[in-house]
Structure formats: C-alpha cells, structure tokens
Design a protein around this ligand. Structure first.
Ligand SMILES: Cc1cc2nc3c(=O)[nH]c(=O)nc-3n(C[C@H](O)[C@H](O)[C@H](O)COP(=O)(O)OP(=O)(O)OC[C@H]3O[C@@H](n4cnc5c(N)ncnc54)[C@H](O)[C@@H]3O)c2cc1C
Length: 370
C-alpha cells in the first residue's frame, strides 16, 4: 500500500469500544468492584460460590447476553460476553467462569443447535434463572474427549444415559446440562450426541432423557463440542486477561506503598521494569482477545485466533500473577494478600477447554496446513 494511503487511514485502536460497549463494561466493572470483589476471599476459603451473586448475574442480564430479546435475553454480541468475563475475572476468576460457561458454551450451543421448540422451552430459563453446565469430560477422556464412555441407549421414547462425568463447572448450581454421550461406541466420534438434560430428569446413574431433548443431530455431537469450545476458548482468554489485570493492579499499587532502603520499591528500576513487562504482556493479551472476539462477531473464521488467544493469555496470566507475587515479596506468598489467589486461578487457564498442548496442536495443524 502506498505511504499516502496508509497515512489517510483513521487511527482506530483495536481496543476501541462503541458507546454501548463502554457503558456495558462500566456497569459490569462497577458491579464486580462493589459486589464480587468483597466476596472473593471468603468464597475461596469456603470453596462455595455465593448464591446471591448468581441471582445478581441474572438480574443484570449477564447470563443471557446473546440470547434474543424474544426469549428474555439481552440480545447482545459475543464481544459483550467477553467484556463481562474479563471484568468479572479481574475481581474473581470464579465469577468470570460462571458467566463464561453459561454464555460461551451452554447458551451458544442452544442458540446454534436447539430446535425452535427447545429454544422456546430453554432459552427463557437460561436468561432468567437457570444456570447451565457443559458436560463433556470424563475420568478417562480429557484431551481425548471423544473417547468418552457415557452411553445413550434409545428405549422407546427416551434415551437412557449411563456413565459418569467429571470436572463439570457450575454442576452444583446448574439446572440444565448440555451433556455429551455416545449412541454407538463402535462408531467412534460419529456416535457422539449432545443432549439437553434437566436436573429434575429421573436418575443420576441411569438418566432418562426424552428423544426430543437431543441437541442437534444424533451422531453430530462432536461438531457441537468442537464448535462451542472454539468460541469458549476466547472466553477463557478473556478470563485470563482479567486475572492478569487484577494481579497487575494490586502489584502496581503495592509497589508504591512498600518501602525498603528508605524509599518506595516502585522507585527501583528493577521493580519498574517488572511492572512495565507485565503491562506490556497484558496489552498484547487484550489485543488478541478483542481481535478474536470481533472476528467471531464479524463472521470471519477464528479457530486459529481462538486457540492462540487461549494459549497466549493463559501464559501471560501465569507470568503476570507470578511476578505480582514477587513484587509483594514474602507476604505475596501468603493467603493474607490477594495475589497468590490470582496465581492459583491463572493455572487453570492452561488446562480446561483444551490444554496448552491441545491448543498448540490445533495451531500447528492450521499454520502448517496439516
Ligand atoms: C477446574 C476445572 C474445570 C473444568 N470444567 C469442565 C467443564 O465444565 N466441562 C468439561 O467437560 N470439562 C471440564 N474440565 C475438564 C478439562 O477440560 C480437562 O481437565 C482437560 O481437557 C484436560 O484433560 P485431562 O485432565 O484428562 O488431562 P489429560 O488429557 O490426561 O492430559 C494430561 C497431560 O497430557 C497432555 N496431552 C494429552 N494428550 C496429548 C497429546 N495428544 N499431545 C500432547 N500432549 C497431550 C496434556 O496437554 C496434559 O499436559 C475442567 C477441569 C478443571 C480442572
């Protein structure tokens, strides 16, 4: 492109937000500051997610961001879900993931593959009072997700599901599960089928699910899993971005307060460089998250960008939260200060919705044309 043409392009940063997006982000940020952050430590200690927060997520429209208005949702874009996950995770990664799974996996699967009847039945619930969970993993099938063993056998008008799922985020709180089982283990991935399961359906080990609750087509569940997880990975990138930001902010503030050798440690170049390195990595992570989310909303292919985003953001979160502990020194290592929790929370970004190795494998296939 000639230089003159380049100069005439408007200088719009990739991180620019529309007025509506700015307003939305401010609302979520304020909510996260006032309602989520004060509960983060206690929820971590108790290992229990606060029920009233979930009610507030629904009240604020955060559990049905892309659900159309006709079903009581906020009729927003994927990008808004990403902003919400980032802002909530800045205060508490668990709050971020509750909203992330609801929007980027469960609602996403229902919006794309549910029949009109299923949409009418389930989307209003997802937008108003029902938490969703996404049940793919089992003890023997994690990265090799399509080796799952949960069986679905058609008996009359129902499928009878038997098997065990593991690691399911939101499982305790959920009223609806998008669950993957195989109708024919001999068919390999082509037997995998997605089901919409209500918590109230009879049987835990032998669950009866009406045929009408197959999501998408029988034997096409693998496609639903792959495609929802592609979007979900941008959400995990946003979660990790929020985690990194949260830890960085604490570290930058503490560096001003802590005095050694008669001055604030932020006056030492060694600390300044660490704070600057963290800020640079966070900026790069944000560019990747926003770019991938905009590509998804714009209908462009985004599989490579989503995998790269999750891979990179989880690395950034791990490095930034680790450096944040070092900026705090000894107290950073204790649970009396907030940064070690951010470090623990950063670790999961490299594991769920496909480990870092699985992201690298996807990226390698796409960049090497294999
Ligand atoms: C807190 C938490 C929440 C979760 N939430 C959910 C959820 O809501 N729904 C759900 O379905 N699952 C969920 N999971 C499961 C998660 O997706 C799996 O743990 C993850 O996919 C990894 O599977 P695995 O634990 O069996 O590890 P494994 O697959 O056993 O991997 C072990 C190691 O081997 C490596 N490895 C495996 N295969 C290869 C390969 N081909 N090439 C190179 N390296 C390889 C992996 O990268 C990893 O380092 C959750 C897990 C956790 C910890």
């Amino acid at each position: 492109m000639p230089e003159t043409a380049l100069q005439s392009l408007p200088a719009i940063p990739l991180t620019s937000l529309s007025e509506d997006e700015i307003l939305f982000r401010e609302n979520v940020r304020q909510f996260a500051e006032e309602k989520v952050r004060p509960l983060a430590k206690e929820m971590d200690e108790k290992g229990v997610f606060d029920k009233s927060l979930i009610e507030q997520f629904f009240h604020l429209g955060l559990m049905g961001i892309e659900v159309p208005e006709q079903y009581g949702g906020a009729d927003g874009k994927f990008f808004e879900a990403i902003l919400a996950v980032e802002e909530l995770s800045r205060a508490d990664a668990s709050a971020g993931v509750v909203v992330d799974v609801q929007n980027t996996l469960v609602n996403n699967a229902l919006l794309r593959w549910a029949t009109p009847e299923q949409k009418k039945k389930y989307l209003p619930r997802m937008a108003s009072d029902t938490v969703g969970a996404y049940a793919l993993s089992e003890a023997g099938s994690g990265s090799d997700a399509f080796a799952l063993q949960t069986r679905a056998e058609l008996k009359g008008a129902d499928y009878v599901l038997s098997g065990r799922k593991l690691w399911i985020t939101n499982a305790k709180e959920a009223g609806i599960f998008v669950l993957f089982a195989t109708v024919d283990p001999a068919a390999g991935y082509k037997g995998i089928t997605a089901f919409i399961i209500e918590k109230e359906f009879p049987g835990l080990e032998e669950c009866r699910v009406p045929k009408s609750n197959v999501l998408g087509e029988v034997g096409k569940g693998y496609k639903i899993a792959i495609e929802t997880l592609n979007e979900g990975r941008i959400g995990i990138g946003a979660q990790m971005l929020g985690v990194a930001r949260g830890a960085w902010e604490y570290a930058a503030k503490y560096a001003q307060e802590r005095k050694q050798f008669g001055k604030s440690i932020s006056e030492f170049q060694g600390i300044q460089f660490q704070i600057a390195q963290m800020a640079t990595e966070i900026e790069a992570a944000r560019l990747m998250v926003y770019n991938a989310a905009r590509m998804k909303d714009g209908g462009a292919p985004f599989v490579k960008e989503a995998a790269m985003t999750k891979l990179f953001c989880s690395q950034v979160a791990e490095r930034v939260t680790s450096l944040a502990i070092e900026v705090y020194g000894g107290v950073g290592f204790t649970k009396d200060y907030p940064v070690e929790k951010y470090w623990r929370d950063a670790k999961i970004g490299k594991i769920y919705e496909g480990t870092s190795n699985m992201q690298l494998s996807t990226i390698a296939k796409l960049v090497m044309g294999k």
